[in-house]
Design a protein around this ligand. Structure first.
Ligand code: HEC
Length: 117
């Protein structure tokens, strides 16, 4: 490469650098963000079951949903609770031993009482 070649390569580089920095400076400056805090009060929730039978429900139900989620369901007949607990096991994969399903359904039925007419 002769002297002239080195010179023009240097010029080209300088020019490219100059253009790039002009483009960066010319880029739209981001809009100013005004952050502000909001305060909300979340509803309180019963996360665990208490009272009679609470222990077995805490063991088998809380890994997927809160106690409140179950407590808010309507009262249903005992047979429906059995179907419901079986569904948790068969359809949703709850690790409920087969010999606990009837017992859990009974616990739920006792807690909720008979369906309201
Ligand atoms: C492996 C996860 C898992 C476990 C453990 C589990 N459930 Fe569920 N449960 C679900 C899912 C998923 C739903 C459906 C949620 C939805 O529809 O938004 C559900 C829904 C319910 C419902 C609402 C009615 C329905 O059929 O959608 C009740 C009642 C319920 N579960 C009771 C129980 C009880 C009682 C236990 C413990 C014996 C239990 N669940 C354990 C996953 C589970």
């Amino acid at each position: 490469m002769n002297r002239h070649g080195i010179f023009s390569a240097g010029c080209t580089l300088l020019l490219a650098f100059g253009l790039a920095s002009t483009a960066a400076a010319g880029a739209a400056t981001p809009p100013k963000i005004h952050w502000k805090s909001e305060h909300i009060t979340l509803p309180t929730s019963d996360l665990t079951f208490s009272g009679p039978g609470g222990q077995v429900l805490n063991t088998y139900c809380l890994m997927c949903h809160s106690a409140d989620f179950v407590n808010e369901q309507p009262a249903v007949p005992l047979a429906t609770w059995k179907i419901e607990v079986s569904k948790m096991e068969k359809a949703f994969g709850a690790p409920i031993p087969a010999n606990q399903i009837d017992h859990i359904a009974e616990v739920l039925y006792q807690r909720f009482g008979p369906p309201k007419p």
